[in-house]
Design a protein around this ligand. Structure first.
Ligand code: COA
Length: 181
């Protein structure tokens, strides 16, 4: 089992079979999915976990499983998500890597996402990535705060094409940070 990054409180590591059930529960939680169009089915979470695992195996760049060092408990993910040119988005910079995070509510507001994300930025810099972006619903204040705390700046606001014009999640924001010249 590979541990890609260690911080004071966290291990950012490969996905393991025992992560599946807590990952499925997290994605079926309406509070966690408040800023997404829907919760995820257990089957969909299983497929997402397989995809994240495969991406990490390919080049070590992806969404890492996050484990608390103190208890060994799986608490979510932080990492880099490759957004291809043929995605739902319409940005001229595509394809690019997005930095992202999703944690179980029990650990929120303890600086965990920020601690993990700062380490991921360092890792991405070592890997030679030039830019990193991050996307959130405009109303997702906690996620935007993490972006600000890791030194990202607001680049643009846009509308999510996948939801209707009056959907509350339609307004979205994109942040950016330059890593390597
Ligand atoms: C976004 C998320 C990963 C943040 O994780 P976290 O470990 O709680 O983040 P941190 O503790 O490092 O930082 C959160 C910051 O947001 C602030 N915050 C939290 N809720 C807030 C709210 N409703 N309004 C304003 N600020 C808020 C916290 O006070 C903290 O800022 P501070 O350190 O300046 O006080 C977590 O809330 C989560 O998993 N949410 C559900 C999934 C999600 O929305 N993912 C992001 C999709 S873009």
């Amino acid at each position: 089992m590979s541990v890609y990054i260690e911080t004071e409180r966290l291990k950012l590591r490969d996905w393991e079979e025992k992560d599946l059930l807590p990952f499925q529960k997290m994605n079926a939680n309406r509070q966690v999915r408040r800023f997404f169009p829907s919760i995820l089915s257990y089957r969909r979470s299983e497929l997402d976990m397989q995809a994240m695992k495969k991406n990490l195996e390919q080049d070590g760049i992806g969404l890492f499983a996050v484990e608390l060092k103190e208890s060994g408990e799986w608490i979510g993910f932080v990492g880099l998500n490759y957004i291809p040119a043929n995605s739902q988005y319409n940005f001229p910079e595509l394809p690019f890597y997005e930095i992202g995070w999703r944690l179980i509510p029990e650990v929120w507001d303890n600086g965990i996402a920020t601690e993990g994300a700062k380490a991921v930025l360092g890792y991405a810099t070592e890997k030679g990535l030039k830019d990193v972006f991050s996307i959130a619903a405009e109303s997702n204040a906690a996620s935007r705060r993490v972006m600000e705390k890791i030194g990202m700046t607001l680049m643009d606001t846009f509308e999510l094409p996948a939801v209707s014009e009056i959907h509350p999640l339609r307004p979205q924001v994109r942040y950016h940070k330059r890593l390597n010249e």
